[in-house]
Write a protein that binds this ligand. Structure first.
Ligand SMILES: O=C([O-])C(=O)C[C@H](O)[C@@H](O)C(=O)[O-]
Ligand SMILES: [Mg+2]
Length: 408
């Protein structure tokens, strides 16, 4: 079952003005949909990955190198990707290029076997995967546009209201707040307000390294007994370790441990207790499942990171999480923010009590809506956008915004 071609379709979909420590989400998020066509039987495997220009260029560079390879030969495909990209390629770029192709290969493998991807990964140990309500400070709408349905969230009351909307709509049973936007005292107040409004929901905050070590230590003290984990308060292994030594809660990361070779130094230093996996950056579903085994061995907790994404990624994340026994924290997902523009035919992917039932159809179990794909591709082409630029977009409103971190 050989690869005939890799169809690469960049898309742009609507994204609300979500604030983070380096800026704000632009009106359109970029993503790429892959359709991997087989020589025999005319099967198509789906993949999804970031859609910025360098990511697209890398996919185009490997396209001819993987033609003719078996969809089962993922190690050989990974080597072909490496060779096509050349020695100078950053490992994370190689891994993310390969990851999207690996997911598409697994989708085909599952279709051939009549089995869901979770079965190919060792079998689902849970029927549904819990996700967290991923809260963001946000403007009411994009500048010059009507307010969106979510409304503004710029203070504790707005954050509680946003959590309520997400929980009412999706049933989430845990909550993550993207921090690093306002002075820490305001974000501490938001967490306390969430605790009061949702006493039974585990809470996390992630300022994406916006704080110094002393600030992180005082936030950790203020939120002791309130957070299930504190995510990436500071940059650097030594700094994370310093915060961890005094913090009452585990420290989590998707910034300080980002690859297998970064695990040992962080663990030896005592810098992290929970790793956020992400198959897009760790080199695919099989590799990320290995991360689960490593975390289990080292006594680390395991959670899952996300970026703005659509249903092909959500399906892949759900199969992976279902087949990773020690992935016991609710996973992150941006999906509620972007679901209205999904390229996947509705129905299979849905939230029940905050969890996504693991798709049971062959492969990823989701079907591409070609009309939506065409529309989002035209939107991409018309936008002229090439890269994500949260800082540049915020500067159109706050020209003096300085993205340097730490800020507090
Ligand atoms: O956990 C994280 O660090 C993220 O989810 C990173 C994302 O880029 C998030 O900050 C965002 O979408 O603005
Ligand atoms: Mg994070």
């Amino acid at each position: 079952m050989r690869i005939r071609d890799l169809e690469i379709t960049p898309i742009a979909f609507a994204d609300p003005p979500l604030l983070n420590s380096w800026g704000v989400h632009e009106p359109l998020a970029l993503r790429c949909v892959l359709q991997l066509h087989t020589e025999e039987e005319g099967l198509v495997g789906l993949g999804e990955c970031p859609g910025d220009r360098p990511a697209l260029d890398r996919l185009r560079a490997v396209r001819s190198a993987i033609r003719g390879l078996s969809v089962y030969a993922t190690s050989r495909i990974e080597r072909a990707v490496q060779e096509a990209l050349g020695e100078g390629i950053r490992p994370i770029d190689r891994r993310s290029t390969f990851s999207a192709i690996e997911v598409a290969c697994l989708d085909v493998q599952g279709k051939l076997a009549g089995q869901p991807v979770s079965e190919l990964l060792g079998g689902a140990v849970r029927d549904a995967v819990p996700y967290s309500a991923y809260l963001f400070y946000k403007w009411a709408g994009h500048p010059g546009q009507q307010p969106d349905d979510w409304g503004a969230a710029l203070d504790p009351a707005g954050i509680v209201e946003q959590a309520r909307q997400l929980i009412d709509r999706y049933g989430f049973a845990s909550i993550k707040l993207k921090g690093g936007v306002f002075p820490p005292d305001e974000e501490i107040a938001a967490i306390h307000a969430l605790r009061e409004a949702f006493p039974g929901h585990p809470l996390r905050i992630d300022p994406n390294t916006a704080w110094t070590v002393p600030t992180s230590a005082s936030v950790a003290a203020a939120l002791d007994g309130v957070l299930e984990y504190l995510e990436d308060p500071v940059a650097g292994v030594a700094e994370m370790a310093e915060v961890a030594r005094g913090a009452g809660m585990p420290l989590a990361t998707n910034m300080c441990v980002v690859s297998f070779d970064t695990i040992a130094p962080a663990v030896s230093a005592g810098a992290v207790q929970v790793v956020l996996s992400d198959h897009h950056y760790w080199g695919g579903l099989a590799r990320t499942r290995q991360l689960g085994a490593v975390c289990e061995t080292l006594g680390l907790g395991l959670s899952m990171h996300s970026n703005s994404h659509l249903g092909i990624s959500l399906a892949a994340m759900t199969h992976l999480a279902a087949a990773t026994p020690n992935l016991t924290y609710a996973c992150d997902t941006h999906y509620p923010w972007n679901a209205a523009d999904d390229v996947v035919v509705p129905g299979v992917l849905r939230f029940e009590n905050g969890s996504v039932p693991v798709p049971t159809g062959p492969g990823l179990g989701v079907t591409l809506d070609h009309d939506v794909l065409d529309r989002l591709h035209r939107q991409y082409a018309d936008s002229g956008r090439q890269v994500r630029d949260d800082t540049g977009y915020l500067r159109t409103v706050q020209p003096d915004f300085d993205p340097r971190l730490p800020r507090w």
